[in-house]
Design a protein around this ligand. Structure first.
Ligand code: LLP
Length: 408
């Protein structure tokens, strides 16, 4: 083990000493590289890449993606506030999600977002009536549920009949016909999102094929689709997954779209930010239980929910010059739940005081953090070469309790 483990050119030990742990650390270069991979793979199609804010909505991260030319996929009014505050262009924002409130729709309409990805007939009616009241025309795309199995964890699979998302394929034509009769809507697109952490290309391609059949049927009905949106991006390597090749994905999409003049939108989140970030944590104690060993760290399920929620694997490496022997242990946090673990049965060399790096924690880590057990949410740092910036302060107990009252 070496003590020179770095994010870009900054040793993690320096970051831990300056900002404390637990700490999310992101590499700006890795973000650029991830974005360029999409740009290059899909160069022929010149897609609008709408970064999925839910993956990590930190303002500095949004600002950086905006500077690279990204649009944004949002799922709440709060996410739109973030994008605008970060300097993102509302004209490149698409609004997904099954439960948009009237206030959120109004806010998005007033800001002239690019398009609503609509998930039900009731939502079509609601958007139309709000647009009418505001004397606006709302651009809409219909999210179609293509009923393909994305072969991912059931909690993040979204394109099956049983899922709450999208409009069933067989109802799509009726839904578009309804949209066409609503005077304050303008049909602009068609979209789908079949799931996240996809490690197989074929469901994505199958979904696209199914959407294209609908595009042709709609054309026969006189309804012209102006863009197609294939939803989130491909999966990333957490452990040893065989993730799809982006070039192969782009080539397959390009082939299917050739000659169609159908601009493409993509909504990647995880693959733009997931492997750019790590969660840095300090070992508090080593504990030998009767059946198991535990490495007890200062990060917990409230900082990284993925292992508890999806049995997700995150690689962990020791960032300190440790002299400890390797042993098998669960890496756990201080939270009072058996489900509070960051890794199970991991072979690791660690002793109290060591710094551990929980990798691939750029996506769906800080954005899913909670205050469970009255734990303050961790700070976030962005590294660029030899520079590092605090992009989110560690929460304080004062700010955490500021909205509560003890009134009885
Ligand atoms: N578009 C829509 C409509 C989505 O629902 C999502 C993710 C994305 C795009 C971005 O998908 P991505 O490129 O990141 O795969 N918390 C879970 C992931 C939930 C994904 C939800 N939707 C996790 O930690 O694995």
């Amino acid at each position: 083990m070496t003590n020179s483990l770095k994010c870009e050119q900054v040793p993690y030990s320096v970051l831990a000493a300056q900002y404390g742990t637990p700490l999310y650390v992101y590499s700006q270069k890795a973000m650029t590289d991830a974005f360029n991979l999409y740009q290059q793979a899909f160069a022929d199609l010149k897609p609008l890449i709408c970064y999925a804010v839910k993956a990590n909505g930190n303002l500095s991260i949004l600002r950086y993606f905006a500077s690279l030319g990204c649009g944004f996929d949002i799922v709440s009014g709060g996410e739109l506030e973030r994008v605008l505050l970060a300097g993102g262009a509302a004209g490149k924002v698409i609004f997904s999600g099954v439960g948009k409130s009237s206030a959120e729709i109004e806010f998005a309409l007033k800001n002239n977002i690019r398009c609503f990805n609509v998930e039900s007939l009731a939502e079509l009616e609601r958007i139309n009536s709000i647009a009418q009241r505001l004397n606006k025309i709302a651009p809409v795309s219909l999210r179609i549920n293509p009923d393909v199995d994305a072969h991912t964890h059931p909690y993040i699979s979204t394109g099956l009949k049983a899922n709450k998302f999208g409009i069933a394929s067989q109802d799509a034509l009726t839904a578009y016909q309804l949209a066409a009769t609503l005077p304050h809507l303008k049909i602009t697109g068609i979209d789908c999102h079949i799931g996240s952490q996809l490690t197989d290309l074929s469901p994505l391609i199958e979904a696209l094929q199914r959407l294209l059949v609908l595009v042709d049927k709609l054309d026969e009905l006189g309804i012209r689709i102006e863009h197609i949106d294939l939803g989130g991006g491909i999966g990333i390597v957490y452990q040893n997954e065989n993730v799809p090749d982006l070039n192969a994905y782009a080539a397959a999409v390009s082939k299917l779209l050739s000659g169609r003049n159908l601009p493409l939108i993509l909504e990647p989140g995880r693959s733009l930010i997931g492997n750019t970030g790590s969660l840095l944590t300090t070992v508090e104690y080593i504990k030998q239980g009767e059946e198991k060993n535990f490495v007890i760290v200062d990060a917990a399920m409230n900082d990284l929910m993925r292992p508890s929620l999806y049995q997700a694997y995150h690689n962990i490496i020791n960032a300190s010059p440790t002299t400890a022997d390797k042993f098998v242990a669960d890496v756990v946090g201080p939270i009072c739940e058996t489900g509070d673990f960051l890794a199970k049965d991991r072979t690791i060399a660690a002793k109290a005081g060591d710094l551990l790096l929980i990798q691939s924690a750029g996506a769906y880590a800080s954005s899913m953090a909670s205050n469970y057990n009255t734990r303050c949410r961790a700070a976030e740092v962005l590294v660029n070469g030899t520079e590092h910036y605090l992009i989110r302060e560690r929460e304080t107990i004062d700010s955490l309790l500021a909205t509560e009252t003890a009134c009885l």
